[in-house]
Design a protein around this ligand. Structure first.
Ligand code: ZN
Length: 264
């Protein structure tokens, strides 16, 4: 599943490509045909991301709400002539030069600004947003006996962190993912939040997840192979100390942690 950096990057790139003029909206499948018809010709005023939710604000007051879910994906098309939308295209939004095709999202719907606010009200702070309030996450941790590695996956605790980032951030700050939320100290929490902000920002910039510091990378950034550049996620040995990692499920997804760097 895409993590928050992907959604923020999409918000940024789609605003650059489509904002400020009427969009050409088409659907390749019946499922969102009415929505596409309604959007067609509307002017995109702005885009916004909160965790894994993407919003487009249009001049009529309509808001397009997209959640990619497990398999959803956006494709940016620049080729001319542009291929026709296929039966899997839920929505195509096109400007003069670029089209964005949305395939397989969990959510694609038009909502009102009030409905958008209701979606956002259920989400925890998003480390990528300037208005994020980390105290809300801290308050939730303090009240919970659930493991920190599970809490970091709950979108009402912190929005945008997924399985890769939770494994990496907890490894970097040295906290065992199985530790109950309420036993995380304030200093550890501050480190977790700061690392989440730093890592997610790097993710937006690079449009991929590489958490290793430059001096730890096995080869230069532009030559990394898929999955390289991480300390714990899908690794056999810890990228910081080479200890063999513990592997176990947490929140229904596999987690990796280092018994040396992240003592119980
Ligand atoms: Zn280690």
């Amino acid at each position: 599943m895409p993590e928050g950096h992907t959604i923020h990057r999409l918000a940024r790139d789609q605003a650059r490509d489509l904002q400020g003029r009427g969009v050409e909206a088409t659907a390749g499948q019946a499922r969102f045909a009415e929505g596409a018809e309604r959007l067609h010709g509307q002017v995109l005023l702005g885009t916004e991301a909160w965790g894994k939710h993407l919003f487009h604000e249009y001049d009529s007051g309509d808001v397009l709400h997209v959640h990619l879910g497990l398999i959803g994906k956006f494709f940016r098309r620049t080729a001319e002539p542009r291929p026709e939308p296929t039966p899997t295209t839920r929505l195509r939004l096109a400007g003069d030069e670029v089209a964005w095709d949305l395939i397989g999202p969990m959510t694609c719907r038009l909502v009102s600004p009030d409905e958008q606010a209701a979606v956002v009200a259920k989400l925890g702070p998003d480390p990528l947003r300037r208005d994020a309030d980390p105290e809300r996450m801290w308050a939730k941790l303090q009240r919970s006996s659930k493991p920190i590695g599970l809490l970091m996956m709950e979108q009402d605790v912190v929005a945008g962190v997924g399985n890769v980032y939770r494994s990496e951030i907890l490894n970097i700050v040295g906290v065992d993912p199985r530790r109950p939320g309420r036993q995380v100290t304030r200093d550890e929490f501050d480190a977790i939040w700061a690392e989440a902000v730093r890592q997610l920002k790097l993710g937006v910039k690079r449009n991929r997840i590489v958490t290793m510091a430059p001096e730890d990378l096995p080869r230069p950034l532009n030559r990394l192979r898929r999955g390289e550049g991480r300390y714990a996620y899908k690794q056999e040995a810890c990228g910081r100390c080479q200890t063999v990692l513990d592997v176990y499920p947490l929140a229904g997804r596999t987690t990796w942690s280092c018994p040396t760097c992240q003592p119980a």
